[in-house]
Design a protein around this ligand. Structure first.
Ligand code: ADP
Ligand code: ZN
Length: 434
């Protein structure tokens, strides 16, 4: 395969050279961080001049989401507010949203990173790009928008939701590439069936899917149903937004752009680094952000590094697809469960349609897990035997994997709630401890 690079020198530079660049940028970043009220205080007792290598990074304290909330609104700003040209906020999936600030140069560097991701999937300026994700404070909209313009694609800022209008735009302008959450892409496919949109009336060939975890089977499903190529896109507002890590055409993990970020993976309990290749919490330091530097930010996202070089020739290490967040973990009758474990079983089954959700209730002293799953309409017939057999098959497969005996409820395709932004999969209805 011919791989194309947005910035070949940067993307394929020898690792030794890449590490030297990281150290150089790290020293700059630490000095810059000292200009923020938060780090001026936090790093008071740390001899920051001694941070001269990547190993020295470990002498710096972590920064957490809690710190960001403490520092709200301007505690992490390192430049005069006059020089800030934009703010964004996280989606607030796990609590109060946090804000990030950009200088004009920061915006330029961010769009270069996103352009690098987009171009690396084989897109060119001839592509027509429909950005089916929320604009506004969420970074996914404007972030991708700017990166795609940088590549020179025709950008349609359609925003999220409204599938009928999305189809119209695709048909009218010959959209070839879209960006959306994986759950919205599945919804688009269901709607295409429902509205009898002929596949050959649209020219779609690629999608960037991110902002929420999804399994490899979900990717396959979207690819097979829509006949497109799907690339995993990872980012978080604290680190600009999209453009942090992205799949290349080899689709064997997401290249973390190590000239712009230093990635570490730690055990979230001991805070020690995990051995190479093991799963842990991703910690990121941004290396080329002026307005809003962040050192060793604990993302709470669980992943691992692939240690071998990628066939595409890029030297930046790759991350495994994100398994979920440390705080997504559910404890059900004492057993730990990640929603992604359920998705892995459910989305691999051909009878299952495109949506599912998880509910947890308290029944007496026990927790009761119910998995709601949409299945294809033909399974709902007068004869309930196939439905019962399917329910039992799913229940058994889940139980074998998660060691919890779930209740399984099957629903007709299109009947479970769909969110326009990040999918809401878990409804934990247990009374909260006070
Ligand atoms: P919030 O943390 O409030 O959701 P963001 O909008 O900044 O705010 O979302 C970033 C988070 O979204 C990441 O930390 C991660 O948990 C999740 N995320 C983003 N992209 C992916 C992806 N490709 N796979 C899995 N999770 C992702
Ligand atoms: Zn690669």
């Amino acid at each position: 395969m011919e791989y194309q690079y947005w910035n070949k020198h940067r993307e394929t530079m020898p690792r030794e050279e890449l590490k030297r660049l990281q150290v150089e940028r790290l020293t700059w970043t630490v000095a810059n961080a000292l200009k923020t009220p938060f780090y001026a205080e936090r790093l008071k007792k740390i001899p920051v001049d001694s941070i001269q290598s990547l190993d020295d990074l470990r002498r710096l304290p972590f920064t957490t989401k809690h710190d960001l909330r403490e520092g709200f609104p301007y505690g992490f700003l390192s430049i005069p507010q006059d020089n800030v040209v934009r703010l964004h906020a996280s989606s607030g999936t796990t609590g109060t949203p946090t804000t990030v600030y950009f200088s004009r140069e920061d915006l330029g560097r961010w769009s270069q990173l996103v352009a690098r991701c987009i171009f690396g999937t084989g897109c060119t300026k001839s592509d027509v790009f429909q950005n089916m994700i929320s604009y506004g404070l969420f970074t996914g909209g404007l972030g991708f928008h700017a990166g795609a313009e940088e590549v020179g694609m025709l950008v349609i800022p359609s925003g999220a939701g409204n599938t009928t209008r999305q189809f119209r735009l695709m048909q009218d302008f010959g959209t070839t590439v879209v960006h959306a959450t994986p759950s919205f892409l599945l919804h688009v496919e269901s709607k295409m069936q429902e509205e009898a949109i002929a596949r050959d009336s649209i020219r779609l060939r690629k999608a960037f899917a991110g902002a929420e975890p999804y399994s490899e089977d979900t990717r396959q499903r979207i690819q097979d149903l829509l006949h497109i190529d799907v690339y995993n896109s990872y980012g978080l507002s604290e680190m600009n937004g999209p453009g942090v890590a992205f799949e290349c055409q080899a689709k064997q993990g997401l290249h973390l752009w190590e000239d712009a970020y230093i990635g570490e993976i730690i055990n979230p309990d001991t805070l020690e680094p995990v051995p190479d290749g093991e799963i842990g919490e991703l910690v990121l330091t941004c290396l080329c952000r002026e307005a809003n530097p962040l050192l060793r930010y604990r993302t709470r996202d669980l992943t691992a590094f692939y240690c071998e070089p990628c066939v595409c020739g890029r030297t930046h290490r790759r991350l495994h697809r994100i398994k979920g967040r440390t705080d997504d973990m559910l404890i059900i009758n004492g057993v730990n469960l990640f929603p992604s474990q359920i998705e892995e079983v459910v989305m691999a089954m051909p009878e299952v349609a495109n949506n599912y959700s998880i509910a947890i209730e308290k029944e007496g002293a026990l927790d009761r897990l119910t998995v709601h799953i949409e299945v294809h309409a033909h399974i709902f017939r007068d004869d309930t035997r196939p439905l019962n057999a399917l329910r039992e098959k799913i229940r058994k497969t889940l139980q074998a994997l998660i060691t919890i005996n779930p209740r399984v409820e099957l629903h007709e395709s299109g009947s479970l709630a769909v969110s326009e932004g990040k999918a809401k999969r878990v409804y934990d209805n247990r009374p909260k401890d006070v």
